[in-house]
Design a protein around this ligand. Structure first.
Ligand code: SAM
Length: 198
């Protein structure tokens, strides 16, 4: 398994596939174990690197992961099968904003897809979170650009970074969830829904 993970890291590097940083996935795996997470929904599979590691975090954790890029979806499926995790990982080939989920609840939702759409993902998928569920989002530092958008010359990058800054504000102001921000990897947020009945 260790060599398989290293091979995936090398593949991602050689093919310019963005995957989560090692410290961040280690943080999430620890979170899965510590909170007895059983069902994970991941938005943005790429080649299955984080899905495979999350599914390996404990014996009884199951992952559904959504990817809209066909080549990456195919690579993800191949990797999931190759490491024998096809009973624990369900790979869905669709745009996450168009996916219809019904009668399912996840203890953890991991948002790691188009950075400009984080708020939309959060607003759509929070309805599929279990009562004490958590939403984790990656790349909130966006390679050090977040917090400095006004100084970015390229308008595409500036707009993207502004959207991430807007998402951070959205999380900070959100009355339904308590969010903590962690300076791990490229920046993670952990949002837990208030449980007003307790
Ligand atoms: N979580 C992966 C990992 O760490 O191994 C990395 C995911 S990569 C940062 C983001 C992926 O999200 C890309 O492969 C991209 O094609 C996919 N993506 C972006 N927007 C999406 C959407 N709306 N629905 C599904 N997938 C999307």
């Amino acid at each position: 398994m260790k060599q398989f993970i290293i091979d995936m890291e090398n593949y991602a590097n050689e093919h310019n596939v963005p995957i989560i940083e090692k410290d961040s996935i280690a943080f999430i795996m620890k979170y899965i174990k510590a909170h007895n997470i059983k069902n994970v929904l991941e938005i943005g599979s790429a080649i299955g690197y984080s899905a495979i590691l999350m599914a390996s975090a404990s014996q009884d954790v199951y992952v559904t992961t959504i990817e809209r890029d066909e080549a990456r979806y195919m690579e993800c499926l191949k990797n999931v099968k190759a490491c024998g995790l096809d009973k624990k990982i369900n790979v869905v080939y669709q745009d996450a904003l168009e996916v219809n989920l019904s009668n399912v609840e996840y203890d953890l939702i991991f948002i790691d897809a188009a950075k400009g759409q984080y708020t939309k993902f959060f607003e759509k998928f929070k309805y599929f979170l279990s009562k004490d569920g958590t939403i984790i989002t990656d790349n909130l530092k966006f390679h050090g650009h977040v917090g400095k958008s006004n100084r970015i010359e390229s308008s595409n990058l500036r707009n993207l970074v502004k959207k991430i800054e807007g998402y951070i504000e959205f999380l900070q102001d959100n009355k339904e969830f308590d969010t903590k921000f962690y300076d791990v990897g490229d920046g993670l947020s952990v949002s837990v829904r208030h449980n007003d009945n307790e």
